[in-house]
Design a protein around this ligand. Sequence first.
Ligand SMILES: [Zn+2]
Ligand SMILES: [Zn+2]
Length: 389
Amino acid sequence: MAESTIHFRDFAAEVLEQAGALVERIEPEGLEALLPAELNSQLRTGELLRAGFGADLPPEAQRISLESDWLERFGHLLHQRGRRMRVALADPFVSLSNPEKLLEHSLALPNAVYRFNGITGAWTRYLVLLFRYTALSDEKREGIVKVGVNLNQGSAIDGFADELMMQAMTPEAMSAVTPAAKDLPADWPTARVKSYVNRALPSLIHDHLHLFLQGMQRRLDRDLVRIFDYYESLRQESLSKLKKQKVDSARETLRIEAAAREYQAKVVDLKQKYDLSVTVELSQVLEIVSPVQRINLLIKRRKGERKLALDWNPLVRRLEPLPCEWGYTKEAARIVCDDALHLVSLAGHASCPDCGKEHCRACHPRQCPRCRQAAALKQTDQSGQSEPK
Ligand SMILES: [Zn+2]
Ligand SMILES: [Zn+2]
């Protein structure tokens, strides 16, 4: 029996049982369910449902397949349930043998140094948000992207979110005990989650749509060349007629102008045809409570220093990247800012396009401090109210 068929039968049996049906698995690859009246009317089926999922059906059974409308019927039944899930994973009691060596290989801090201050067992909470996106242009693409973050210090866990989720789905991996709330990082305020997601999604979706966008660009380029060639040949034809003075020149000039306008209009049409719109919808939230080995670091930049805890996950045996306190990045390197010792990606400490001076985007997200100061001075100057200090 195909594995997917078994999974689908188990899924259907579970959904029906949860909804109050009495379910019995029958062979080959089927089930028999006795449905309470309400469920029976919701599912538009009889009181007794006999269903088959494989190539061979049990006697008098109806087929339930992924292609049938049954997926939709189960979807209605589940409605909002199953959108939020929390699992706690059991401690595998694996410890990191040489944390200092791992740090040496993993941390990239071009303008700061760090000191290793020990490692301890701890718990953390990961938030994995699943988003469904639809990209619509001349073609359509749908897919799911995951945004995963450690609520302890804000490290992106995209590198191992899939692996961790797989573990979270196996009953053997579950922990019998859930750590106390005081041992876990607190919830993030909604605004913080939103701002994190808003920074992460565009780049994650862009990665997913990479090939789709390439294909779209190719089709657009091809269409642009095709219409250019067409109108260019018309123009050349008219020009050669004019040169040979075979035609009414005023009329031919009008014809060339009309073709040029038509060409411009076609280009605008094409741009509309290939205009891309992406809609994103949150589909599921998974919270994974996991044991970790917490590495305590002291980050030093000039005379300043700050503590930072970085988690190593024993289930997937991976060290999390340093958080970026400005936004979302796939790069490993972090700059430590002078004023507040923020850890930000290189892009988060890039130079200002106007004055060329680097600044920390976590400290000054909207405007470069030097340019803002210059603008303020200029304003005071113009209003003549006071002398700039
Ligand atoms: Zn500036
Ligand atoms: Zn800063």
